[in-house]
Design a protein around this ligand. Sequence first.
Ligand SMILES: [Zn+2]
Ligand SMILES: [Zn+2]
Length: 294
Amino acid sequence: MLPYQTIQEAELAFGRELTVAEKLWFNYSANKSDYYLYCHNVLFLFCIFSLVPLPYVFLELKRSKNVDKYKIQPKVRLSSSEMFRCYKEVMRMFILVVGPLQLVSYPSVKFIGIRTSLPLPSGWEIVLQLVVYFIIEDFGNYWIHRWLHCKWGYEKIHRVHHEYTAPFGFAAPYAHWAEILILGIPSFIAPALVPGHMITFWLWIALRQIEAIDTHSGYDFPWNPTKYIPFYGGAEYHDYHHYVGGQSQSNFASVFTYCDYIYGTDKGYRFLKKHLEQFKEKWRNETEQEVKLE
Ligand SMILES: [Zn+2]
Ligand SMILES: [Zn+2]
């Protein structure tokens, strides 16, 4: 809820004209409560969990040779019913855990100082805050995820997320209810330490989930824009963690690679990747020679 009745009143208070984005925000949010605005996250998450994995599902079902070469575990094929079963379970958790958690956590969001007021933050402010959120969350997530791989944590909680040794888009939020709650902590600590505008908070919740779906997609496309993000793990990186499964003591980080590097939990992955590259190079050379001889 904004403390101004009209745009003119807000402009008078700021001593300047509102930007186009600020006018849009004013028109949208002026008569809506902060709680109502915060609850938009429930709708955003529902749309993200339901729609973002769909292109990958389409690729999985289409089985085109041109795209198959980018599939990380090409031998694993999932049927539409298997993927739908996963989606149904994700939606069950959404209704029972994710949604209610969003609805009841409003007082804490208010407490940490997420604001809905004008002026809006600049684009740079939003980007920098999001970068900080990702770094903080990645660090917290790394240690919680590592703990979830201890015997008790894995058997009681994390085993559910590892049911899929070859992950796909819908499997990103597929987890035990306790894991959803525990991993929500670092997602919340980040904006609590660096509170910003509600728009930044929406973007944070949305981008973090889109990133998780991309990381679980099962496809490693060379043109993926995330390739330009320094120290970004990506689909292949996390796929290895699922491939190894419960015994995995490697690639715990959710977004970046530096935690695993610093704490030495990416050695197995780096060893395999190096040898795979050498094997692929050798195989490429041999194929080229065979073609020339023909
Ligand atoms: Zn794990
Ligand atoms: Zn995963």
